[in-house]
Design a protein around this ligand. Structure first.
Ligand SMILES: [Zn+2]
Length: 46
């Protein structure tokens, strides 16, 4: 079974500004869905 856990705490997570696409990865420069800019949301949880 291959699935992405949206709550994996030890992984950097990125979210697309434009479409809200999220991915648990170490680096994501652009959104694979729309090509928009992404931001790291793993460090902004306070
Ligand atoms: Zn996007």
């Amino acid at each position: 079974m291959v699935s992405v856990d949206p709550y994996t705490p030890s992984r950097a997570r990125y979210e697309c500004y434009d479409c809200g696409y999220r991915e648990a990865t170490d680096s994501l420069a652009t959104c694979p869905e729309c090509g928009g800019r992404t931001r790291n949301i793993a460090v902004a949880r306070e």
